[in-house]
Write a protein of this length. Structure first.
Length: 152
């Protein structure tokens, strides 16, 4: 029919960090929320002369909570948003402080680089999978029961 529909998912579960996961999961929604929520909010916060880490944390919290509440106004979606925002924030702090040093160390160490990539991908998968507990279960109590049974 001549319509070109943008790709919306690009193997997100195979990504090495939570930022890459979100950049490859529901890409049209991610792009829209980045352009119309995160970027304007962080630009506005920049004018207030807040520390950069605080601007990023607030921007990620507001953005991910908004995405969660867009799916439904429940405690579970709120927790899902906070969990993902905190994961994004921790990743950003890691990337800013250690990321370049770690990657330069791994550059010439093929075996360690492969192990690091496997570990990073596994960690990302588990962080995202844990968040789906709150996303998919209908109540907070049921989510807590599931988590309790998962770890007991």
């Amino acid at each position: 029919l001549g319509f070109r529909i943008p790709e919306n998912f690009n193997a997100p579960y195979l990504k090495r960090n939570i930022a890459l996961f979100w950049n490859n999961w529901h890409m049209t929604l991610t792009g829209w929320i980045r352009n119309y929520c995160f970027n304007p909010l962080t630009r506005s916060l920049r004018k207030k002369k807040l520390p950069q880490w605080l601007m990023i944390l607030v921007g990620q919290l507001v953005t991910m909570i908004l995405i969660g509440l867009w799916h439904g106004v429940t405690v579970n979606f709120l927790i899902w948003g906070v969990w993902n925002a905190l994961a994004l924030f921790v990743h950003q702090v890691y990337a800013d402080r250690l990321g370049k040093r770690v990657h330069s160390y791994l550059e010439s160490r093929k075996v360690i680089r492969g192990a690091y990539a496997f570990f990073a991908t596994s960690l990302t998968f588990n962080i995202v999978s844990f968040s789906w507990v709150f996303f998919t279960l209908p109540s907070f109590d049921l989510a807590l029961t599931f988590i309790h049974r998962l770890f007991s």
